[in-house]
Each structure stands twice: as C-alpha cells, then as structure tokens.
Design a protein around this ligand. Structure first.
Ligand code: CAA
Length: 712
C-alpha cells in the first residue's frame, strides 16, 4: 500500500468495501480524503454495488484529521465535503469501527448510515484537547443522533467512550460479537432498500425537553471549563442544532474551527501532543535495544511516595513488595494505601472487588532481603546520600542479577548512588511526582553508566504504569525541580520586595496555573524544602521563618496562608505579613506594590532561562521534553504549551531584555540570560526551532552532558 493510494476498494458479496491503510493510525491525510471520496463515487456509479462498507487496516479505524496538516494551506477535498458525499449516497453506507474512531474519524463514521464497532473500539471527539472543536460536522451530526446534552458532554470533555458505552449512547448501532467486517456487511445488506438514516436529517432528538436538558448540561460544562474558548464554541455550535438548518450549523462550525486552529492556544496544545510522543524516544539507544521483562517489583519505603509508587504497580497488575525498616512503619504505610483506595471506592471510581485485587498485589515486608525476587526495585527512602548509598550497597548484594535498581531521589546525584554498587549499568533514577499514583510525569534519570536496556526497561515500565516517561540527565534537581527552584527563589524575593502570597498565587492563576506557588507549598508541606535547604546549606528567609514559627503548611493549619480546621481554603494571614515585613525591614528593603505582569515575568522568565541552560548542558534532549515535564509534573497550563514553547510566544528578545533588567534590579547575576537564549533571540529564532541534533551539538562540549549525540 503506498501513501499515495491509502484507500483501496474491492467488491465483496455485492458490497463495495473501502479499506483505509494509512499507518500508523489512519489519519485523514489529503490522500485518504481523496480515496474516500473516490470510493463514494465508485459506489454511486456502479449499479451492481448494493452498499458501501468503510473498514480500516491496522490497529485503528481513523485517529482523526492529520494534525500535521493544520496551519498549512488546505488541500481539497475537504473533510466535510467527503463526509457529505458519503452521507448523500442512496445506498447504505456502514462503518466497521476497529480501534479508535476519534475526531474526524468519528465524524466520518457519523456520515455513514450505520456504525458497527468491535468490542475494543474507542470513540470520541478529542479536539478540545488540541484547542479546537470537531470541524467536520461533529457538533451538528452527533447531537441529532444521540441528543445535544450527551453530544456536548462528549465533545467538551474530549474523553473517548468504549464500544459498549457508544452503543448505549446510540453512537453505534451494534457491537460486533464476532468478525467485525462480516457484521458490518450483514448490516449493510439488511439496510438495502430502506431509506438511508442520515444523521444530518434526524430531528427526533431536538425537542423542547431535550433543549432544556441541554441547557442545564451546558451551564454545568461552561462553569467547569472557565474561559476555555473551545468549549464555548462547542456549546454554541451544538445549541444551533435546535433552531438552525444543518448547512448553517456546518458553516458556523467551520468558522469556529478556522478561528480556533489559527490561535496560539491551539498551536501550543498541538505542540504538546507531538512533544509528548517525541519525548518517549530516547536518543543514543543502540538499535535492537529491548526492555528487560518485569514480572515483579519492589518499592523501598512505605512513606507517601513509596506507597503511591506501589499503588501504580498494583493498578497496572504487577505484584509489588513494599519494604520498610520496621513493622510499624510498614503497617502505617499500607494503611495509608488502603485509605487512598477507600476514597476512590467511596467516590465510585473504583469497585470494591477491584480495590481488593489491587491491595492483594501489594505485600509488605521488613528488610531489604525481600527485594531478592524483584525484577525492578524502586528506592523511595529518605533524601540523604548516606541512606541511599547504604541501601544500594545492600541491594547490590541481595537483588537478583539483571534487576533494574532505581532511585526516586528528587535531586541527589544518581552517578554517586550507582557507584555504591558493583553494577552501575543497572542503576538509574525514576523520579515520580507527588501524589505518585496521580501525577503522570516520570523523569527517568539516565546516569553516566546506565545500560541501554535498563533505561529501556524504566521507560517501558513507566508507560505500563500509565505515566509519561521523559528521559533526562543527571544534575541537581534534574529538569523539573531544577527549574522550579528558580521560581521558588523568585517567590522569596518578591515576597520581600512587596508581594503577598495571594498576589503571587493570583499572578500564577492569571497565567493559567490551577494552583499558585504558595498554596502548592502549603499543600506539599513547607518542611520538605526546609529539610533540603538544611542539608545543602541553602537559605530561604521567608520559608525558613515560616517553618521556624511552626507553619509547615496545611498539615499544621498554617503556612503561607491560614487554614480553618478540616478546610483546605487558604486565607491570607496578617501574621505572615508581619513576618515578611520584619524580614524586609531587617534587610533594608522598601516594599512596593508589584504589578501582576511583572510578577508573572519574574516568576516565569528565570525558569525559561534555566531551561535554556539545561539544554546547553544536554540534561534534556529537546525543548519539547521540558514542556512535557512541566505539563505533567507541575500542571503547567497546556494552552501556552510549556515553558520553552511559551518563550516563543512571549518573544525571546523581550525575555532577554527583562532578564538583564532583573539581574540589575536584584544584583543576582545568575538571572542574566543564558548564552543559548541570547543567541536564539539575536537570530530571531525560538526554542521550537531547535532540533534534537542541535541540542546534542550544543551539549557536546559542555561539562555535565549526559546525552550522547543523537544516533550515537
Ligand atoms: N494526525 C497526525 N499524526 C497522528 C495523529 C493525527 N491525528 N494521531 C496520531 N498520530 C501519530 C503520532 O504523532 C505518532 O507518530 P510518531 O510515531 O511519529 O510519534 C503515531 O501517530 C502513533 O501515535 P501514538 O503514539 O499516539 O499511538 P497510540 O497507539 O498510543 O495512540 C491514538 C493512538 C489513540 C489514535 C492517539 O494517537 C491519538 O489520540 N491521536 C490523536 C487523536 C485526535 O486528537 N484526533 C483528533 C484530530 S483533530 C480532528 O479530527 C479535527 C476534525 O474534526 C476534522
């Protein structure tokens, strides 16, 4: 099958079967669109053809529009044109849906007169996740087929439904018990001679009662979505189905699509879609490297982190031993895991029997010898080099040959930890983010001597645990926390210069973060950073003073904010203002009101600067990797694409100018723009223009580079 001819037709049992083969996911490229249109015309023109069945080869039906074509000049035929032609046929048209029918893929199926799905199929309209809306009739046909409220929910949430749910909603006519194609053909033949059921012409779901139901659903959706323009456009377009002819609704949908797809917001979200996929590729892996098999895991430490990591394994169906130094510590940890599962059961997101199955996969043991039969061991003990070295020294003795030995350290040197063993090739970092059972990011830290197959194992296991694994090199704090530390330092300075914790959090909220830095600190516990600072001899006057005053965050009812008992709402606290004012006075700082835009730039630009240094050193392989890390590890707002993508939106020359100004203002020379940032700004380029090979070349001469050149 060539890419030029990705749709082939065959006459089978009086039916024209059009097969789509456009690997890997049958995206609707111009050639696929042309092929589908040709198939519709072929079916119409041949009197011996009784019906048309659309089927797809490979692992999926159609993953949607070809996202790589967005923003480029349109190539005819357009997708709405193709779908109209399919729907207009007077002969039955049936979609045989295997795998995913997403976005434009589902819209093609909605243009058919009937849909049969394989049991494992997933159907959905994920466009909202790309900052757009369904642009080929999804907002017009789906409400007419299944009702406006259900259609609005599906399109605004963007989550696919499985075949059974799709049948229940009325998206598909049936779920095939056996052979999918045979079932679709049988359906097509059964429809011969009947009036085609065209979704665009259905009216029975458009009643005053369903309108009321839709408006209620729309109000709830709009409230939850805030100022998300994709969701607003989806609701507007779906609403049109009640009183506007189909063609006019289609025109409105097209206009909204064109507006949204040209917006920076959608560009940022599309960037993240591809960056996430690219981040799973590890440069420098020898051809043929395969992951080691993992049937059993062990987690050292039953604290919050260890417990969360153990849950990830149990959720993925992998038996895991949790190891502690004492029976009490172990019991406390296992109880906490049980309680976390209980909350899910109570909320209805986990069935009680599934809770039991998951708990059944977790075994608690005292003593490192219990790691002997694990294929992968993840250490989540105290953040102290001495403790880590002791553990890895013992693991070296007790772990079975070939076991991957990972540390969950969030900033310690993994090379040094690896050196405590006689098998550094098996050692690497697997840095989970808190809460480990929820956050999707996994920083996989490739140490100097980590072997390719150990690295491949960590990445593959990460994916099995439903994480997004991003491989990074060794440095203090790796990528995410190293950049975060720059923001934290600015929080300290800004508090002393005149901002309040609420000002800082409001600025970050205005930027798009769901939680500000101070509220996040209170949630995580201010003592974590305090302990690290004490161990490393660093100081943070405000945070240190809060901790010294017993204000450790939510757990003590006070941190940057004050909390009422049993309530997580942060309240500004005059006691904090007093602490900060005293510290500022001691330092001779005259506090001032700082405009919100300045707060945002002071908080975000130093992080971008550190990201540039990280690229210079080769600690991250690609700017997009940094963006993915911030998206999944720290809830960076997707609509501006991650710190490095956002730099392009803010303008590199502007960032350079501001960083120079901040350095002068604060006397902190480390705020001066990184050489890479200056160079790109001078050349009129952005980070998005940097390829993996550029980064590899940059870091080739840099001292701490851990990334071998691409393809090495
Ligand atoms: N366009 C172009 N490329 C796509 C694509 C698309 N719609 N969907 C996936 N790909 C590419 C990926 O970039 C990846 O490429 P590389 O191998 O080069 O990295 C490759 O296909 C495989 O993708 P995944 O790694 O994601 O494979 P998977 O098996 O894990 O997941 C999938 C498959 C569920 C289909 C997933 O790829 C996916 O969710 N795709 C996007 C679906 C989507 O958002 N569709 C809506 C498009 S917009 C639209 O359709 C607008 C409209 O109304 C007209």
């Amino acid at each position: 099958m060539t890419a030029a001819n990705p749709v082939t037709t065959a006459r089978e049992d009086g039916i024209l079967v059009a097969r789509i083969a456009n690997p890997p996911v049958n995206a609707l490229s111009a050639a696929v669109r042309a092929g589908l249109l040709a198939a519709a015309r072929e079916a119409a023109a041949d009197a011996s053809v009784k019906a048309l069945v659309l089927a797809a080869e490979g692992r999926t039906f159609i993953a949607g529009a070809d996202i790589t074509e967005f923003g480029k000049p349109p190539v005819p035929p357009s997708l709405p044109e193709v779908i109209d032609a399919l729907e207009a046929l007077d002969k039955p048209v049936v979609a045989a849906i295997n795998g995913a029918a997403l976005g434009g893929g589902l819209e093609v199926a909605l243009g058919c007169h009937a849909r049969i799905a394989a049991p494992g199929a997933k159907l959905g309209l994920p466009e909202v996740k790309l900052g757009i809306l369904p642009g080929a009739g999804g907002t017009q046909r789906l409400p007419r087929l299944i009702g406006a409220a259900a259609a609005a929910r599906l399109a605004s949430e963007g989550e696919p439904v499985d075949a059974a749910k799709a049948a229940q909603l009325g998206i598909v006519d049936a779920v095939a018990e056996g052979d999918l194609l045979a079932a679709a053909k049988a359906k097509a033949l059964a429809l011969v001679g009947t009036a085609p059921r065209r979704a665009s012409a259905l009216t029975d779901k458009l009643t005053p009662a369903t309108r009321e139901e839709f408006e209620q659903a729309a109000a709830a959706i709009a409230k939850k979505a805030g100022d998300n323009p994709s969701v607003a456009a989806i609701l507007d377009c779906v609403r049109l189905t009640f009183d506007t002819p189909f063609a006019q609704g289609m025109a409105a949908e097209r206009e909204a699509f064109k507006r949204l797809v040209a917006d920076d917001r959608s560009k940022a979200m599309r960037h993240l879609f591809f960056a996430e996929r690219e981040s799973s590729r590890i440069p420098g892996q020898p051809k043929g490297t395969t992951a080691r098999p993992v049937a059993k895991a062990a987690v050292i430490g039953a604290g919050t982190m260890g417990g969360g990591i153990a849950m990830c394994f149990a959720n993925a169906g992998i038996p895991v031993t949790v190891i502690e130094t004492s029976e009490e510590g172990l019991q406390r940890g296992l109880e906490r895991v049980g309680q976390t599962y209980d909350i899910s059961v109570k909320r209805g997101s986990l069935k009680p029997e599934e809770r039991e199955r998951r708990m059944g996969r977790i075994t608690g043991k005292v003593g490192l010898e219990a790691a002997a039969d694990a294929d992968i061991v993840i250490e989540a003990a105290f953040e102290e080099m001495g403790v880590k070295k002791d553990i890895f020294g013992t693991l070296d003795r007790v772990a079975k040959p070939g076991a991957v030995l990972a540390t969950n350290t969030s900033y310690l040197n993994v090379d040094e930890i690896a050196a405590a063993t006689s098998r550094p090739g098996d050692v690497l970092g697997m840095h989970f983010f808190s809460p480990a059972n929820v956050m999707k990011l996994l920083e996989v830290v490739r140490a100097e001597k980590t072997s390719p197959d150990a690295l491949a194992t960590a990445v593959e296991i990460g994916r099995k645990l439903a994480k997004v694994p991003v491989t990074v090199g060794v440095c203090f704090g790796f990528v995410g926390n190293r950049m975060l530390s720059k923001r934290t330092a600015e929080v300290e300075r800004l508090l002393l210069e005149g901002a309040s914790p609420s000002d800082i959090d409001a600025a970050l909220a205005a930027f798009g973060f769901r939680m500000g830095a101070c509220a996040m600190g209170d949630l995580a516990g201010l003592d974590i950073g305090w302990r690290i600072r004490k161990a490393t001899g660093k100081k943070a006057p405000v945070a240190d003073a809060l901790c010294e005053a017993g204000r450790l965050g939510q757990k003590t009812g006070a941190g940057y904010y004050r909390y009422e008992k049993g309530d997580r709402t942060p309240h500004p606290d005059p006691a904090v203002t007093a602490i900060i004012e005293k510290l500022a006075a001691e330092r001779g700082i005259t506090r001032r009101a700082i405009p919100q835009q300045e707060l945002i730039e002071r908080l975000v630009f130093p992080m971008i600067n550190e990201g540039a240094r990280i690229l210079e050193e080769g600690v991250a392989y690609r700017p997009g990797d940094i963006d993915v890390i911030w998206l999944y590890g720290y809830n960076w707002p997707a609509q501006n694409g991650g710190p490095m993508f956002y730099a392009g939106l803010a303008g590199l020359p502007h960032i350079v100018e501001r960083l120079d100004r901040f350095a002068e203002q604060t006397g902190d020379e480390s705020l001066r723009p990184a050489a890479l940032l200056r160079r790109l700004a001078a050349e009129g380029r952005s980070f998005a223009d940097l390829k993996e090979s550029d980064v590899a070349a940059l870091s080739a001469g840099a001292a701490p580079a851990k990334a071998p050149a691409a393809g090495a």
